[in-house]
Design a protein around this ligand. Structure first.
Ligand SMILES: Cc1cc2nc3c(=O)[nH]c(=O)nc-3n(C[C@H](O)[C@H](O)[C@H](O)COP(=O)(O)OP(=O)(O)OC[C@H]3O[C@@H](n4cnc5c(N)ncnc54)[C@H](O)[C@@H]3O)c2cc1C
Length: 458
């Protein structure tokens, strides 16, 4: 009989949450093993733009931007219409600046403050990203940092079972390898960093029926394991109906056309050439609005100025290379190319131009003022509404400890990122850009510190 390996802290999942947790445990001098199902750790994190919000940072102050954790927490509360846990939102907002400084200074992750535009719902410019503004690059940096810090990373290993004692203390983690072999590792503390359930169609149909038929553009390996194990251990769950959607996934290409295009003046029309919503309310809630249109599609309409702005983003450059962007010198030619009724499209463009000049009120409540009027040559992208990521999960406290339904903490189980309840409330409307990676990096960091403190205390 082979002896079971023992590691003080085991982390399940090597996305941003798991790797930040591992970094924090290493900082505390505690041995940590990260177990990842995939051959290469990517997760939803690598699919994202890698943008992480932080409030009250020195870079913001240097640029004269007024921001604070309290203001950030207020933005979260406003966006969720009060449906996020206010204490959790404030705790994460208070940690956010330190998380960026810690990742950058202690672990050499090159994060800088984004220039140019403010994401919907944020009252200050507060997004940080790596130079390419890509989640793939962020993941590469996190993985190198974790290796440099001495974290053990076991890939190609899918955790299948947790063994706990009568008190709910997890003592053993069981995982399987592609050849069918099964191995165990025992631990003193466990961090669930294996994300949400968007990759499990049955769970999505159960909790988020409005997106059951939508295109799924997230990490397929996120099958709700943390949720299932948490429930088995008696953990409380919240906001399981909450999700991050996106109303701008290039139809048939699976490439997100990001929201600066809309926030800086672009708009969407349905197949009748008519607008149907306040596109600027948020990209997440826009998913269901697009999917309610004929064919579950819309066209995002924009111009050369916005095209130039969007070329900053890798996703957009990918969309261009894939020929997902249509362009034409004048509106008639654009309408012909994308098969929209030319009169209706021209009328919509005139209406948007008038609203941009401050003439009249938008029927959908959008404020177009303060941006240049759109002008040819014209650009368009056919998009659909997609499900990116779930936002509900296990209830955790300020120390990322998983809580039972009676409010008491499980003895040695922590969670963060997509595995934990987020700060996006119980629908699609509450997702504020960056909520995903804020909860991943900051709760990951907190979970790593808390788990290390638990095992060090003994
Ligand atoms: C297209 C897209 C764009 C996004 N853009 C942004 C953005 O710009 N900003 C933002 O804040 N958020 C964004 N998000 C959301 C953000 O990516 C997620 O909230 C965040 O990455 C979650 O991190 P995580 O570590 O919890 O999960 P993940 O990064 O998904 O990592 C979880 C890992 O756990 C592994 N795993 C799962 N089950 C098991 C198991 N049983 N055993 C072993 N391993 C397992 C998975 O393989 C995966 O690698 C985006 C999401 C998508 C899909």
């Amino acid at each position: 009989m082979t002896e079971t390996m023992h590691v003080p802290v085991v982390v399940i999942g090597a996305g941003a949450t798991g790797l930040c947790a591992a970094l924090a445990a290493c900082d505390a001098g505690v041995e940590v093993l990260v177990i990842e199902r995939d051959v290469t750790p990517l997760g939803s994190t690598a699919m994202s733009t890698g943008l992480i919000p932080a409030a009250g940072t020195p870079e913001q102050a240097a640029q004269g931007l007024v921001d604070s954790p309290e203001l950030f927490a207020e933005d979260i509360t406003r966006k969720t219409k009060g449906h996020a846990d206010p204490a959790m939102a404030l705790n994460l907002a208070r940690h956010s600046a330190e998380t960026i400084a810690w990742m950058r200074s202690n672990h050499s992750i090159p994060l800088d403050l984004l220039d140019g535009f403010t994401y919907p719902g944020h009252s200050a410019r507060r997004m940080y990203g790596t130079p390419k503004r890509s989640g793939g690059e962020l993941m590469g940096c996190l993985q190198s940092a974790a290796e440099d810090a001495g974290a053990m990373l076991l890939t190609d290993a899918a955790v299948t079972e947790l063994v706990a004692d009568d008190t709910g203390r997890v003592t053993l983690v069981r995982f399987s390898r592609p050849d069918g072999s099964v191995e165990d590792v025992s631990c003193d503390a466990l961090i669930l960093a294996c994300s949400g359930f968007a990759g499990d169609a049955a769970l999505v149909a159960r909790h988020i029926p409005e997106m059951a038929e939508a295109t799924f553009h997230g990490h397929p390996g996120n099958k709700g394991d943390a949720l299932r194990w948490g429930e088995q251990l008696g953990a409380a769950t919240a906001d399981l109906t909450g999700y991050q959607g996106h109303g701008g996934l290039a139809h048939g290409y699976g490439i997100p056309i990001l929201w600066p295009l809309i926030m800086q003046g672009g708009f969407q029309v349905n197949l009748d050439g008519r607008r149907f919503s306040n596109e600027a309310a948020g990209y997440s809630e826009q998913a269901a609005k697009v999917n309610a249109q004929a064919g579950h599609v819309a066209w995002s309409i924009f111009d050369a100025r916005l095209h130039a702005l969007m070329c900053e983003f890798e996703d957009y450059r990918d969309a261009l290379s894939a020929q997902a962007i249509v362009t034409a010198d004048d509106l008639d030619a654009l309408a012909f190319a994308i098969r929209l009724p030319p009169e209706a499209l021209a009328e919509t463009v005139m209406q948007v131009a008038a609203l941009t000049r401050g003439e009249g009120e938008d029927a959908f409540g959008r404020d177009f003022t303060g941006k240049p009027e759109l002008a040819g040559p014209w650009y368009a992208a056919k998009v659909t509404g997609a499900l990116f990521h779930t936002q509900g999960g296990l209830v955790v406290d300020d120390e990322a400890r998983v809580l039972r339904k009676d409010g008491s903490a499980l003895p040695n189980v922590f969670a963060g990122g997509g595995a934990a309840r987020g700060i996006s409330g119980d629908g699609s409307y509450g997702y504020l850009a960056g909520n995903g990676l804020l909860t991943a990096t900051t709760l990951g960091k907190i979970a790593g510190r808390s788990a290390a403190a638990l095992v060090t205390r003994g």
